[in-house]
Design a protein. Structure first.
Length: 555
């Protein structure tokens, strides 16, 4: 994004502002590398190098495609998005890419059946920007060219990725739907109804989003030769397991826990539940209820969706027994046992929750207690049992809760896939990827590292197709063009991915390519220091690394 080479008095420009990001105004004075700009509310002095030309003929309501802008730079893009957003136009094209700005309100008129009919068969760009247009374009290319397609939905947390994914899937279900018997649920119905189930067990309230996906999802919609949906499969990635046991204020745990606590009276009594505030895994945050979400109604809706995707009443009972058992497990506290460094349930309350968890898990109470309070090591010659102190027992409890919940989620996904049915004979598919965006918390864990690395990979894919390949084509065809500067994150990917075959290789790579020449030989202590973080920050990875990440990478 190069600054203008020449600015004259009277030119309309954009200048950076610490409060409003960008201000537009007219140049009234030029002093070497500095200019004085008269804006609406004030007059500012700015560097010529950080000023950008403004199109004086910019339409009041913006343009529906960024490629129509006279000047394609950051302030111009932001101004266009804002003008369209103010006019309730939340979608804008950038060539073949659709930009969506979260309206934070329901806009049902944008997604009804009449709108779907309007976009059916319309060339991309002929009608207003819309997810239906992107889905239709993918569908038409699959039919006409006989090549499978993929739609990538990316953005930061709370941007509206999951809702956009739902719209894409609805349109593909509309285009590829087939008539089915009244008693028989179609593949597309099962695919759409799987969303509430996955959201109940895989979504949670975060600081930015009341319904944030805490897992990545790739939906494969399979088609037959006539373009009809013949099967589907859902692949999930990177479920945030730590949320089961640790919730920071003002976030919530997974929706299903609160739904079950607000369920029908007979269900609450059957699972021996009560107020969510009485459970350790839920009361770490003060946020229990959400204004726009009725947990009792969501529980009923989730059970209904489970019926649609083929999960029986018996299986539903087993699912919620596990959810309840995890809540009871979290309320088991430990105190010092009779032996040295041993532990045992702290009091009668803890023993009640332990007993209830064992009943719900359908396992022996004593065996469950021993699995929490002891660790077993199996060697070639013998089996060693080591007692755990109260802190270690609590960690063991949390580890069990996380792995059980993770296995439950995986089982749910597999059950949904079996119910939907896959067409192994299908030659074509359209995949829709919905994965959470970059995360930067006060303390990032290995989960954030994996999430952010995935996003770096997706960003590189975007760079490769939008910038690198396009500009290589221009060079090959000898087309006159201006080089577009962009942040290339290939160094980050090389650092993490290309040199991890041995413990020493990543250290050598850092020492050779990244570490200052004056530093001493790289060792593990150096990798735990702030210098390593600074090195990665210099490469614009954009988030901090905790020691456990380095442990997993290096050791």
């Amino acid at each position: 994004m190069a600054a203008p080479s020449s600015i004259m008095i009277g030119s309309h420009v954009w200048v950076e502002d610490p409060d409003d990001a960008w201000l537009d105004g007219e140049v009234i004075e030029i002093n070497g590398e500095e200019i004085k700009v008269k804006c609406t509310a004030k007059t500012v002095v700015a560097k010529t190098s950080s000023s950008y030309p403004k199109d004086p003929e910019f339409p009041e309501c913006g343009v529906d495609d960024m490629t129509k802008l006279a000047y394609l730079h950051e302030p111009g893009v932001l101004q266009n998005l804002k003008c369209r957003y103010d006019a309730n136009e939340i979608y804008t094209y950038t060539g073949g890419i659709l930009i969506a700005v979260n309206p934070f309100k329901r806009l049902p008129h944008l997604y009804d059946i009449q709108v779907m009919q309007k976009y059916k068969g319309a060339p991309l760009g002929e009608l207003s920007p819309h997810p239906f247009a992107v889905a239709d374009s993918a569908y038409r290319q699959m039919i006409n060219e006989g090549i499978s397609q993929a739609i990538l939905v990316s953005g930061e947390s709370g941007a509206g990725k999951t809702e956009s994914t739902k719209m894409l899937m609805r349109y593909l279900a509309y285009m590829g739907g087939r008539v089915s018997n009244a008693e028989e649920r179609s593949v597309e119905q099962k695919v759409l109804e799987s969303n509430p189930v996955l959201e109940a067990f895989g979504n949670a309230k975060t600081v930015r989003n009341n319904n944030s996906s805490r897992f990545g999802k790739f939906v494969e919609i399979q088609f037959d030769q006539r373009g009809r949906i013949s099967g589907a499969a859902i692949r999930t990635y990177l479920l945030e397991r730590s949320r089961v046991c640790q919730v920071s204020d003002p976030e919530r745990n997974y929706h299903c826990f609160y739904m079950l606590c607000s369920a029908r009276k007979e269900d609450v009594e059957k699972y021996k539940l009560g107020n969510p505030r009485t459970f350790h895994y839920l009361n770490q945050s003060n946020c229990i209820e959400l204004d726009a979400l009725n947990d009792s109604e969501e529980y009923i809706a989730t059970r209904r969706a489970m019926d649609v995707v083929g999960i029986s009443e018996e299986e539903q009972d087993a699912i919620f027994r596990v959810v309840a058992a995890i809540l009871h497990l979290g309320n088991v506290e430990f105190s010092k046992g009779q032996e040295t460094d041993a532990s045992e349930p702290k009091n009668d309350k803890s023993r009640f929750h332990l007993k209830t968890a064992a009943e719900l898990f359908m396992c022996d109470e004593k065996s469950l207690e021993e699995s929490l309070c002891k660790r077993v090591f199996v060697t070639r010659d013998e089996t060693i049992t080591k007692a755990l102190d109260p802190n270690a027992a609590a960690l063991s409890r949390d580890a069990l809760a996380k792995i059980v919940y993770s296995k439950l989620f995986d089982w749910l996904v597999e059950k949904i896939n079996v119910a939907i049915g896959q067409d192994k004979e299908s030659k074509f598919l359209i995949g829709v990827l919905d994965i959470y965006g970059f995360e930067s918390f006060k303390t990032n864990s290995f989960e954030q590292f994996c999430i952010n690395l995935t996003n770096e990979k997706l960003q590189q894919h975007f760079n490769q197709h939008v910038f690198k390949m396009e500009q290589e084509e221009y060079e090959k065809e000898a087309i006159d063009w201006s080089y577009i500067e962009f942040v290339d994150n290939q160094d980050i990917l090389d650092l993490i991915e290309k040199h991890t075959s041995s413990k020493k290789s990543i250290r050598k790579y850092i020492h050779r390519n990244l570490a200052p020449k004056s530093t001493i030989s790289i060792n593990y202590m150096w990798l735990q220091s702030d210098k390593f973080v600074q090195v990665l920050d210099r490469l614009k990875l954009g988030y901090n690394y905790s020691i456990d990440i380095l442990d997993r990478l290096i050791l």
